[in-house]
Design a protein around this ligand. Structure first.
Ligand code: 5GP
Ligand code: MG
Ligand code: MG
Length: 180
């Protein structure tokens, strides 16, 4: 285990099993759309690893597109001020869209994103989040696919960073508070 991690929450094996279950659920839920398939959208950069693994567990035509948004700074808390740094490369009007998110904390980022994407009139719009924090301040977001509930600590690994580090840890863990 990395020295800056106080506890491993989910191992590489647990993550792989859960991602495979979510992929199977998506495959079932969109079976009627097997001709046109779905569009997976990942929110860079944290959700990129999750989406790459998830896509390989979905047995449907599956386009992949990317958006980069920023709530300002490198810090540990979401500011709620969201800016689009990179927009989608393709149109999503009339498409079945699944957003892959890394972690849902206050929900401010996703609230903004859902509103923005809904205005482009997709045929359907759902969220697959790898992690959801149990916080009181949680905005009410309908998340169809949730990987794991996690404690209200600062989490890193499997795509999640602190100041751009730790994304490449194969497991998900709690960052020691003295590191940030
Ligand atoms: P929200 O807008 O839901 O409060 O925050 C969403 C974004 O903040 C996440 O997509 C993620 O980029 C970042 N974030 C929130 N909590 C954590 C955390 O515990 N660890 C890391 N690495 N990022 C987090
Ligand atoms: Mg994110
Ligand atoms: Mg980050």
């Amino acid at each position: 285990m990395h020295n800056d991690i106080s506890e491993i929450l989910f191992t590489e094996e647990q993550i792989a099993d859960r991602v495979s279950e979510i992929g199977a659920a998506i495959t079932r839920d969109y079976a009627d759309a097997a001709d046109e398939g779905i569009v997976l959208i990942s929110v860079l950069r944290g959700a990129a690893i999750f989406m790459a693994d998830l896509a390989r567990q979905i047995e449907l035509p599956c386009e992949m597109d990317y958006m980069a948004i920023s709530s300002y700074g490198n810090g540990a808390k979401s500011s709620g001020v969201v800016r689009i740094l990179k927009d989608l490369s393709s149109e999503i009007e009339g498409r079945h869209v699944v957003i892959a998110e890394d972690i849902l904390d206050s929900g401010l980022t996703l609230t903004y994103l859902l509103k923005n994407l809904a205005s482009r009139r997709p045929a359907s719009l759902e969220v697959a989040t790898l992690l959801r924090k149990k916080t009181l301040a949680q905005a009410k977001i309908d998340c169809k696919y949730i990987g794991f509930e996690c404690p209200d600590e600062f989490i890193v690994g499997y795509g999640l960073d602190f100041a751009e580090r730790y994304r490449n840890l194969p497991y998900i863990g709690i960052l020691k508070p003295e590191v940030y």
